[in-house]
Structures are given as structure tokens and as C-alpha cells.
Design a protein. Sequence first.
Length: 86
Amino acid sequence: MPTWLLWLTAIAIGFLVWRVGIGALRSITGPGAHRTKPEIEDVEELDVFLVCEECGTEFRVTRLGELQVRRHCGEPMHVARRPAMG
């Protein structure tokens, strides 16, 4: 086998190992670790609430970013958007 073909094969395998390693490291760091933060959305003109369907508790939201749904009464709360009153 020609020497240049051995070198080319070694470089291709090295590149493949490098790409798989980078992909594995990115998956270990968790979701969104290499992403930028989402823009914050001002929802003051809409009445946005986190609503507990178990007991009816509502939290008013004025700005949305990356939403992490809270828990109340042991159940996840749901997002409800309503037109602003007045």
C-alpha cells in the first residue's frame, strides 16, 4: 500500500475520532449549555398567568424568558395567556 494512502487514512480516522469526541462532550454538558440565552419577551400588555389546575392558584407573569414551569400542589402549573383587561 502506498505511504500517502496510509497517511490519508490516518488523518481521516483522526478527524472522525475528534468529531465523535466533541459530540460526546457536548452531550455530557447538558441541554443548552452551548446555546445563547433566549430573548426576554415583555408580556405586560397580555395577562400571562401560571395556573395550578388543582387548586386554582395563579401567578401573574410580566416577562417571559426561558420558561421553567413551577409546581404547585405537586402538579406542574400551566401557562394561560389572556387579553389584557383595559
